[in-house]
Design a protein around this ligand. Sequence first.
Ligand code: COA
Length: 268
Amino acid sequence: MKMEKLEIREVNSQNIDDLINLCIPSDKKNDPLFVEGMKAKKKWATQAIEKYGSIAKLAYLNSKPVGLIQYQPDQEERLVKISCIVVPEKENLRKGIGKSLLKALIEDAKKRKLTFNNDVPLALLTWAFRVPRRYPQHKFYQRMKFKKVKEDNPFLLYYPLKKGYVHHPKEEKFTPQEEDRGKALIFYDPSCPFSIYFSEKIKESILEVAPDIPIRIINKFEEPEETKKRGQVPVCAVNRVPIESFFMDKENFQKEVKKALESCSIPR
Ligand SMILES: CC(C)(COP(=O)(O)OP(=O)(O)OC[C@H]1O[C@@H](n2cnc3c(N)ncnc32)[C@H](O)[C@@H]1OP(=O)(O)O)[C@@H](O)C(=O)NCCC(=O)NCCS
């Protein structure tokens, strides 16, 4: 059998493109919304490396990129927030790549290599969202000894790095502003290259039921003050009401948008 060589490397200015390309399905590489999403991610990654030093690790199997783990330190809460882990190709699954990526991140945190004033962060924290037809992130993290933050939520998980640490989430509310009345807001995270595509689909869906509504699209990384002043922001809010349905559930999404517009009179 051929010997396979697995290496975990830090993402830096030299290999940002590997980080970006890994997430894009081959049939989407030339789709304008994905091209824009890739550009937004590159800009985010360049700035985030400068700001935080370490933001992601890549796994290379025989020198070919095959997996990633992406994260961001939250200095205020002293947590490392993992945004995603993925090994895209079927042929590379169950070879220990995911485990090696996570192990490398835990080692870095323990060796104080992440930016926490030379201290060890309290924990790794992740919201392990699901993607259809893939082995779910939350099951992987639970196998890797992550704990649930709340017993009834299998997706919000953490891994304590300081002995005895128990994570209690900050209970933050969405605080819409007066200026948001009569408008639609879409918040996106540029660290995911799907975000531009998602934002555009949300916008189209809103305009189908409210053709005249002004729409504001907010980049959460580049406009932190716009995000922070609104507290826990949803993906989308219409007329100051957060829309809970995912945009792919178009019927319920549009129902919620219409209801939000009726909820109080819109100044013209
Ligand atoms: C989660 C994921 C990264 C795991 O990658 P991987 O390299 O295959 O994982 P590993 O080989 O390191 O497996 C670690 C452990 O996870 C568990 N596991 C992983 N895949 C599994 C599967 N299909 N069924 C059951 N257990 C599984 C096992 O306990 C495994 O240990 P074992 O092989 O010794 O039994 C991969 O399945 C994936 O990419 N899934 C999609 C994740 C996703 O949706 N990400 C967001 C995309 S934007």
